[in-house]
Ligand binder design. Structure first.
Ligand code: MN
Length: 440
């Protein structure tokens, strides 16, 4: 029997809502998963990508992550991982650094055997390059096999990667596909193989309403549930409180009514997201946000859908105009080099005095790569042209999410935080793209 924790979409370094506290929350969630792994003495922690929110995590993010990985390593528990779209870089992966430090194993075409199970990895690959994939995995002699991959696989929301094809073309028969990218937890059986997403470990977008957690996966002949070979159990994580307040205003109602509704909740230290629909008087989002702040909220954001309904083209959350800028940039189909420049110019973490030098360096780094200067066609996205660009955007959640479906990595959005966001990777709706909800 082999028992592992399956997690992913940790998004360390995501300063959601521009809040340093939220940034710490993402790291803390990773720490909580690892603490559980140590307490339970599982055989391994399997991470399905997007450990980092951005391909350029900052030093505190790296140091914090190394600290967490060291706790795992000290307990003798291996950390097996693949690279997600948010964190992928052209010049080697952060995961390779952790492997060099002895803190992680980067999964690939050759089996990494832990107990009775062989683990393989498939990093995120842009849609444009999937046809070239051969799914050629080396053989193993373990009792079970699992493929750890990052992408939007069938049969879940926003899928653009055909799971049956992957299974049919793979040289290895997998008992399970342990996935990352879709932030909505779910499991299904496809052609006799269990396919599962553990979901993100902190809400990376307003669309991620349900509780966060991770999977405990057991490979065992006597496994209960599942197919007597694989058992997938979901465990909850205690994460930052999010308070969702939806207010539908009547003809005569306005700010007073919104405040009443907000006051019904315990806002202490919570992320408070207020959505206003219906009719009524104009409401100043900043006034409501200030009220929630005074009530102890960590962050408050108000989205007045009434404005949006009158003009589909202007879905701007006044709470975060930066998010609107990012969305527009996503639509522009900029080249990877142009995105690098944009990132440097608009980054909160680069002092104005250093922008010129950093832009120069980033462009120089790209000079040997003409593709980096080609825009994504039509803005379509995926920067397919460049793996470097995390497709973050792609992830978006989508409105649908509100229905409970889609959460992809959305990260990006939400708060404007872009994350790496912004990369055009996928701008198509099918990719789970960016939507209003994200701006909540
Ligand atoms: Mn993600």
């Amino acid at each position: 029997m082999t028992r592992v924790i399956h997690t992913g979409d940790t998004h360390v370094g995501y300063q959601q809502y521009h809040s340093p506290v939220r940034r710490q929350d993402f790291l803390d969630a990773f720490g909580a998963v690892v603490d559980d792994a140590v307490d339970d003495d599982v055989d391994a922690v399997v991470h399905a990508g997007d450990l980092f929110h951005d391909r350029r995590p900052e030093l505190p993010d790296l140091m914090g992550t190394i600290g967490v990985l060291r706790r795992l390593s000290d307990a003798g528990i291996p950390f097996l991982a693949v690279v997600g779209n948010h964190e992928s870089t052209r010049g080697g992966q952060w995961l390779d650094l952790f492997e060099r430090l002895g803190l992680a194993t980067r999964l690939g075409d050759a089996p990494t055997v832990v107990g009775d199970a062989a683990f393989y990895g498939l990093d995120h690959v842009p849609v444009s390059r999937r046809d070239e994939l051969e799914y050629a995995f080396e053989p193993h002699d373990a009792d079970y096999a699992a493929l750890v991959a990052h992408g939007l696989f069938e049969p879940f929301a926003h899928a653009d990667w055909d799971t049956e094809t992957v299974l049919a073309e793979s040289d290895v028969d997998f008992d399970a596909m342990l996935l990352g990218d879709n932030h909505t937890p779910d499991s299904a059986e496809v052609a006799g193989t269990w396919v599962t997403y553990p979901g993100s470990t902190e809400r990376a977008s307003a669309s991620e309403r349900e509780g966060r957690g991770y999977n405990l996966v057991t490979f065992d002949e006597a496994a209960v549930g599942g197919d007597d070979r694989v058992e997938i159990r979901r465990r909850a994580l205690d994460t930052r409180e999010f308070v969702f307040v939806s207010v539908e205003l009547g003809p005569e109602e306005g700010e007073t009514r919104v405040r009443e509704r907000v006051r019904e909740h315990d806002l202490a230290d919570a992320v408070v997201l207020v959505e206003i629909t219906g009719e009524g008087e104009p409401v100043t989002p900043a006034a409501i946000e200030g009220f929630a702040d005074a009530e102890g909220a960590l962050v408050a954001r108000v989205t007045d859908r009434r404005t949006v309904e009158t003009d589909e083209e202007v879905d701007v959350s006044f709470a975060d105009p930066e998010a609107a800028v990012r969305e527009r940039i996503d639509e522009m189909g900029l080249s990877p080099a142009a995105l690098d420049v944009d990132d440097a110019v608009r980054s909160d973490s680069i002092a104005d005095a250093n922008v010129r030098e950093i832009v120069k360096n980033r462009v120089e780094e790209r000079l040997d790569d003409p593709a980096a200067f080609a825009g994504a066609d039509g803005g379509e996205g995926e920067s397919e042209a460049d793996p470097d660009c995390p497709t973050e955007a792609a992830e978006g959640g989508d409105d649908a999410d509100r229905g409970g479906t889609a959460e992809r990595d959305d990260d990006a959005i939400d708060d404007g935080q872009p994350t790496d966001d912004d990369r055009p990777d996928q701008s198509t709706p099918a990719d789970g793209q960016v939507s209003m909800e994200d701006y909540l």
